[in-house]
Ligand binder design. Structure first.
Ligand code: NAD
Length: 308
């Protein structure tokens, strides 16, 4: 298969590109290196250096492609609060470019990276896909817009589409040194440096942490799932286990041989308190199941961050 991974120089996209190459696919990556890194690119990847917001770059990237995995986006709630227009440009205009130009180029399927943030502060936890969609940040609005566009395209045009709603993904290549780094890299880096990890809120907020190879497996399953069941649908991708930030600190501390000594600061605007998936649909329709526990994933992450 000839696949395109947008955002393929980033954390999740680069693992996906590696897995596609491993199974014998030809892989093209479209990425503008906004947060991704050239060193994440496998030498066998064909790299198009450009933005999903640039229609010409997207048109070049989708040529002769069968399946597009669309992960290229500006992540992070806090970034979108600081600069909503930049997030909208990459995530909304970019997604519309990918969908229309993939359709025009005759691609078979687009698999879109959506987010648990579309649910906002969900009242039903574990949260099924049918729960009300109540985005609470510009980032979440952009992901919901892309999610909705992607589902609608399968009804209107000759294009199969599958939406995957990732929860909190973690694993090697997730860096602690970017402005909007995620919580596991930040906690691990602070503890490794002998500093106090900074906890926003009281640490009782929980997240459904998902190891990156499980998200890669969900993408591969989404690319081949039967269109009559999967196309036009959204699927939660997460183990369905809430882990609080305090539990996370303990888990990381145990692995690092450090007793966590966190400092607590005020909650961040737009953050939700509890996030946990009901992933029954992914299990039954995509045949997907998580394979890596949070504890094993943290161990692999600690090994990676120690080696960098
Ligand atoms: N990491 C998570 O927990 C998580 C959770 C839910 C959804 N997601 C989604 O998964 C996808 C990948 O996230 P990630 O964690 O690997 O982040 P990441 O920042 O490592 O990867 C995003 C990639 O997209 C690229 N990119 C950004 N703007 C672009 C543009 N305009 N044109 C082309 N490329 C662009 C970046 O350079 C980067 O390589 C994103 O769509 C994100 O919204 C991630």
């Amino acid at each position: 298969m000839h696949s395109l991974v947008t955002g393929g120089a980033g954390f999740i996209g680069s693992h996906l590109a590696d897995a596609l190459l491993d199974r014998g696919d030809r892989v093209r990556v479209l990425d503008n290196l906004a947060t991704g890194r050239r060193e994440n690119l496998h030498p066998d990847v064909e790299f198009v250096d450009g933005s999903v917001a640039d229609a010409d770059a997207v048109a070049r990237a989708v040529e002769d492609i069968e399946v597009v995995f669309h992960l290229g986006a500006l992540g992070a709630v806090a970034r979108s609060v600081a600069d909503p227009r930049a997030s909208n440009d990459a995530n909304v205009n970019g997604t519309l470019n990918v969908l229309t130009l993939a359709r025009d180029a005759g691609a078979r399927r687009v698999v879109f990276a959506s987010s648990s943030s579309v649910y906002g502060g969900a009242e039903i936890v574990p949260t099924p896909e049918s729960a009300p969609l109540r985005p609470r940040s510009p980032y979440a609005v952009t992901k919901l817009t892309g999610d909705w566009y992607t589902r609608v395209f399968s009804d209107l045009y000759d294009l199969e589409t599958v939406v995957l709603r990732y929860f909190n993904v973690f694993g090697p290549r997730q860096r602690p040194d970017s402005t909007y780094a995620a919580v596991i890299p930040l906690f691990a880096a602070a503890m490794l440096a002998g500093e106090s990890p900074v906890v926003h809120g009281d640490g009782t907020q929980s997240r459904d942490f998902t190891y990156v190879t499980d998200v890669v497996a969900a993408n591969l399953a989404a690319a081949s799932a039967p269109a009559d069941q999967a196309s036009g649908q959204a699927f939660n991708i997460a183990p369905g286990e809430g882990t609080t930030l305090l539990e996370l600190l303990d888990g990381l501390g145990a692995r690092l041989g450090v007793t966590p000594d966190p400092v607590f600061v005020e909650s961040r605007p737009g953050d939700v308190h509890r996030s946990c998936a009901d992933a029954t649909a992914a299990r039954t329709i995509l045949g997907w199941a998580p394979r890596v526990s949070v504890a094993d994933g943290l161990a692999a992450y600690v090994d990676w961050i120690r080696s960098t």
